[in-house]
Design a protein around this ligand. Structure first.
Ligand code: SF4
Length: 379
């Protein structure tokens, strides 16, 4: 059982009413705040210099990860300690690997294709993690490592790692195995289930692979191995994986910036929205797809969607005005009209007052309506 904040607090100076009570050296305003953070493992225990060995020992004993970790090069596999990501963020992303046979035709090109494959995720480039090489020709793997940008190991070496490998012959069987193993590891602290679990996918059907892999990323594969490389498959599951392995309490957000679509010039239309990743990508996809040059100003709103940002005072006339200044919109663009989300039509008077040299226009409530809207707008 992990320690609660109150249990931790009892060992801290504030509870014992000793020197250094609430001294803030840990970066928290009080010992209680530190205890609550530590209980959630959101701060390192060493941040408080006044913690006694007794608490340290208890703490480390209690947070011992129920699932072991395995290192393959720079990759860490396993080490999860919760069943649901709303309890605590999942730690180590499901490693995505491709098993490649050195005897396939065009081996050199295929290995380069896999290594070079990348897609743009939210604030990061997403790639496949690992190649497992069936190396009957005894190719020099160290030599290959210098040429590619992802990890590579031989199939023989893979077999030596302390990983449970389960072959995906039947979806229900695999699903049951994954759920049972993770539950026994986390809830029952069953040592027999403490190894990370890898699912080896054999199907050649792209839809089947995508649906199975998507489920197994959510529940509860620490690693997936594919015997085929399809860009569509990995584009889907890499994005899914990024979403699952984020902190659910912190919405995914993009940079506050000026984004360009379809090579805009100084007179192109300007849209404006918040930096919530979902909102951004919904709007960006529409702007890109409509094939009309445009700009999108993204304001910093702590990753909140439009209405939430407004109600939390993160989408205010003042913030819009500051963002326009910071992004140097006046210097970069001649257009003096900005289309704002339809849901915030009521703040137009405030915007107009704060940024008097721009005209603010009410846009659509939904990103999916932008296509029609943009065609009819008087530019
Ligand atoms: Fe309390 Fe330690 Fe933080 Fe000081 S450094 S406030 S004693 S927890």
């Amino acid at each position: 059982m992990e320690m609660t904040g109150l249990q931790i607090f009892k060992y801290l100076p504030a509870a014992k009413k000793t020197e250094h009570t609430n001294c803030k050296q840990c970066g928290c305003p009080t010992c209680m705040a530190f205890a609550l953070k530590l209980a959630k493992q959101n701060i390192e225990i060493e941040k408080c210099p006044y913690i006694k060995e007794e608490l340290k020992n208890l703490y480390f004993q209690n947070i011992k990860h129920p699932q072991n970790t395995v290192k393959i090069g720079s990759l860490t596999i396993g080490g999860e300690n919760v069943l649901y990501r709303h309890e605590k963020t999942f730690i180590n992303r499901t490693v995505l690997a491709i098993c490649l046979d050195c005897n396939i035709p065009d081996f050199d090109n295929e290995i380069k294709r896999i290594s070079d494959f990348e897609i743009k995720g939210v604030n990061e480039i997403l790639k496949i993690d690992l190649i497992i090489l069936k190396n009957s020709q005894k190719i020099d793997i160290n030599n290959l490592k210098d040429k590619i940008s992802i990890e590579i190991i031989s199939f023989e070496d893979y077999k030596n790692f302390e990983i449970n490998t389960f072959t995906d012959n039947d979806f229900y069987e695999t699903k049951d195995y994954l759920i049972t193993t993770r539950t026994r590891a986390i809830v029952d602290k069953d040592e027999a289930c403490s190894k990370p679990v890898c699912v080896w996918l054999k199907s050649e059907n792209l839809y089947e692979l995508t649906t199975h892999a998507s489920f197994y990323i959510c529940k509860y594969a620490n690693m997936l191995v594919f015997e085929t490389f399809e860009e569509a498959l990995f584009s889907t599951i890499l994005r899914l994986r990024q979403n699952i392995y984020t902190n659910p309490q912190k919405p995914l957000q993009v940079e506050s910036d000026l984004y360009e679509f379809n090579s805009p010039d100084r007179n192109s239309i300007i849209f404006l929205t918040t930096n919530f990743a979902l909102t951004f990508f919904a709007v960006a996809n529409e702007l890109e797809g409509v094939n009309i040059p445009s700009y999108l100003i993204v304001i910093p709103a702590d990753g909140m969607s439009v209405l939430t940002a407004w109600s939390a005072e993160k989408f205010t006339a003042n913030i819009v005005s500051k963002t326009i200044d910071k992004l140097k919109i006046r210097e970069k663009i001649n257009t003096r009209k900005i289309i704002i989300p339809g849901l915030l039509a009521h703040i137009i008077p405030e915007l107009q007052q704060a940024v008097s040299d721009f005209e603010f226009i009410v846009g659509t409530n939904e990103a999916s309506e932008i296509r029609e809207f943009i065609k009819n707008i008087n530019r």
